[in-house]
Design a protein around this ligand. Sequence first.
Ligand SMILES: [Zn+2]
Length: 445
Amino acid sequence: MAARHHARRHPIPSEGGLSCPDSLWCAPGRIVEHFIMDQPIPPYLFAFAVGHIVSRDIGPRTRVYAGPDVVDEAAREFAGTEEMIRAGEKLFGPYDWERFDLLVLPMSFPYAGMENPRMVFLTPTVIKGDPAGAHVVADELAHSWTGNLITNKTNEDFWLNEGFTTYAERRIVEVVQGEERAALSMGRGWRELNRTVERFRDNMEFTKLKPCMQGIDPDDVYSQIPYEKGFQFLWRIERQVGRPVFDKFTKKYISTFKFQSIDTETFIDFLKANVPGIENQIDLRLWVEGIGIPPDAMEPVSAVYNKIKTLASEFKNGQMSGDDEVVQWNGQEWQLYLENLSSNIDPSQALALDARYRLSGSRDWEVKVAFLELAISAGCKEYFAEAERLLKQVGRMRYLRLLYTALAKCSDKGKMLARRIYAEARNCYHPIAQGVVESILSKHA
Ligand SMILES: [Zn+2]
């Protein structure tokens, strides 16, 4: 369906088909459909979907597809999509795929989204009645230029897809939702980058922008490094040359390599050729081949981000913030706040927080999961039942990873519960998600 371009149907005559050009597929009563897509794509971007799907037009080149029960809500949530496409075109050049349709999948879909060209696939958990949270759509849209138009040659060059897309996504968000919101996203990314480097402290190879992937299953070492270190690298170049020069460079990079697969070396050569002397200003080798976080990486400056961090540390010291400070918050702010509390709060603090702000009942899945992870890690058995309900309702891997890990680590009772939930929910999870949960459970056996 993603490639429905010149769809042509012809029914096979029931007598059997000498006239049928697809003799291999000919059978009485069968219908053959042809799909042609003019733009070349790598095989991992080929996808199709089958189901009881209805649609709503939400823009001149965008239609939302979904099950009948969620389609209207989805259409409202993604109403700002055309504005984002225009912002993207201004920054990165023409949108070359004609259509940008959105397909909302069932709850078992294991990812936030998948950037299939012409029709992006999305988890229904991104629908939260908060149009400011549409950055998942911004991310998939940004892939239209970086990732889909220019694709990494091998998985070792994955950062060319994801680092560039993280950068492009934040630029689009900055235009559509403002600088503060973009900075907030950068702040969360910075934190995530530091956490990931810590996670790989015994295997620093995978903190390299271009790691050696020989004999490695990419799913086993999947992390935010290509995303956030890639983002930091591009942001570092932007700071060095200034935004106008960098924007010109990016546009030229995209128009030069569009509809091709390239490697990191090709990017670096192109950078040196178009920004003469850059290698004397930035240690490009350290960025690409070095481990950890280079010294000239930077934590973003954001008033909101700093405020949230301060409030989180005040809370840990026993101070509850005044309501007026948090009433304006939406999902991203709450998430950052909860992430900054991390696990070293005690159960009574988690309960007090929930009593006041009803985070365990949030409509925003990100907030709800972040809270449940925090509370369970802090030792609150009160939330076991809510975690169980959630884990049987949704198959998005990020949530499974966070909650199964929290349960498996918190106590023997939590561990047993995690095993039982998984045994009962397993068949609703995608095979890749099953693998993730199984490795968590065996790691904490
Ligand atoms: Zn992506």
